[in-house]
Design a protein around this ligand. Structure first.
Ligand SMILES: Cc1cc2nc3c(=O)[nH]c(=O)nc-3n(C[C@H](O)[C@H](O)[C@H](O)COP(=O)(O)O)c2cc1C
Length: 258
C-alpha cells in the first residue's frame, strides 16, 4: 500500500469512529427526552379521546384525574397481583402467560392474538368513575389502526374517540383521523341495551340516515375506503365483545367496579 493510500484509510477509519461515537452519544443524550415526549403524547391521546384536552391544557395536571387499572378480559375483573405502575402493555402483548391466540371466528378485528391483560384508564370525578378510556386496535386495509375510545360511566355511550396511529391512505382510509369524521362519535351507543348488550357498531357505506332507529349505532362510511370502514366496524365489535372489554363493561354497568 502506498503511503497516500494508507493515510486515506487511517483518516477514513478515525473519521468513521468519531462519527459513530457522536451518533451514539446523541442517541444516549436524547433518549430520556424522547421517552418523556412519547409518554406525554400517549397521555395527550387519552385525554383527547375523553374530551379533556384543549389548547393550553397542562397534560400532566389534567392526567391527575385519570386512574390507570389493569383488567383481566377473561373475567372482566381488575387483574389481581399486577402492579399497575410497573405494568407495560407492549410487554404484556408479547408475554405467553397473557397472550391468547384468536381463532378465525373470534378474530373479527384481524389482530391474530391479544393479551388478556389490558390497561384501562378511568377518568374520575369526585372519587367516582366518570369515563372509561379503552385502547382499541384492528386491521384496516394497509395497517393496524390504533385508537382510544372514551365511554361514559354508563359503559355504553361514546364520549369521544380518536385514532392515534394508522397507515391508511391519506384522503381515503386515512380520513379516519379527520376531525369531522371523528366528531360523529360522541353520543353514539356501543351496545343495544334492549338486547342483552349486544355490540352494535355499523359503519354505513353512503352515510347514516339519522331517521333510522338504528342511527345511534351507526357511523358514516369513508368514501372510496370501504375496506378501512369495515375494519373500523370490526375493531369496535371485537373490543366490545366478550373477547374484548365486554365482561369488564358489564361489571361497570352493574356497579361491581367503582
Ligand atoms: C392507491 C390506492 C390506495 C387505496 N387506499 C385505500 C384505503 O386506505 N382504504 C380503503 O378502504 N381503500 C383504499 N383503496 C381502495 C380499495 O382498493 C377499494 O377499492 C376500496 O376500499 C373500495 O371502496 P369503495 O367501495 O368505497 O370505493 C385504495 C386504492 C388505491 C388504488
Amino acid at each position: 500500500m502506498s503511503e497516500t493510500a494508507g493515510r486515506t484509510v487511517v483518516v477514513a477509519t478515525v473519521l468513521c469512529g468519531f462519527c459513530s461515537v457522536l451518533v451514539a452519544g446523541a442517541v444516549m443524550v436524547l433518549k430520556p427526552k424522547q421517552d418523556i415526549n412519547k409518554e406525554l403524547d400517549f397521555k395527550k391521546n387519552i385525554l383527547q379521546s375523553a374530551g379533556l384536552m384543549n389548547a393550553g391544557t397542562d397534560i400532566e395536571e389534567a392526567f391527575k384525574q385519570v386512574e390507570p387499572i389493569v383488567v383481566d378480559l377473561s373475567t372482566g375483573d381488575i387483574a389481581q397481583g399486577v402492579d399497575v405502575s410497573k405494568f407495560n402493555q407492549d410487554k404484556a402483548d408479547k408475554n405467553p402467560e397473557y397472550v391468547e391466540q384468536l381463532d378465525k371466528k373470534e378474530d373479527v378485528a384481524g389482530i391474530k392474538r391479544r393479551s388478556k391483560l389490558q390497561k384501562v384508564y378511568l377518568v374520575k370525578k369526585e372519587g367516582h368513575i366518570d369515563q372509561i378510556v379503552l385502547h382499541v386496535y384492528g386491521k384496516g386495509l394497509w395497517s393496524t389502526m390504533k385508537g382510544f375510545l372514551a365511554l361514559d360511566k354508563d359503559g355504553n355511550t361514546v364520549k369521544g374517540f380518536n385514532y392515534y396511529s394508522h397507515g391508511e391512505t391519506p384522503g381515503l382510509g386515512g380520513e379516519v383521523d379527520n376531525p369531522k369524521w371523528i366528531g360523529q362519535w360522541p353520543g353514539k351507543k356501543m351496545f343495544d341495551a334492549e338486547n342483552d348488550f349486544k355490540p352494535m357498531t355499523r359503519v354505513m357505506k353512503g352515510g347514516v340516515n339519522l331517521s333510522n332507529p338504528q342511527a345511534a349505532y351507526q357511523i358514516d362510511g369513508l368514501s372510496g375506503a370501504t375496506l378501512t370502514s369495515v375494519g373500523v366496524e370490526h375493531t369496535f365489535n371485537f373490543w366490545m365483545s366478550d373477547m374484548g372489554y365486554g365482561k369488564f363493561l358489564t361489571k361497570i354497568r352493574n356497579g361491581e367496579i367503582q
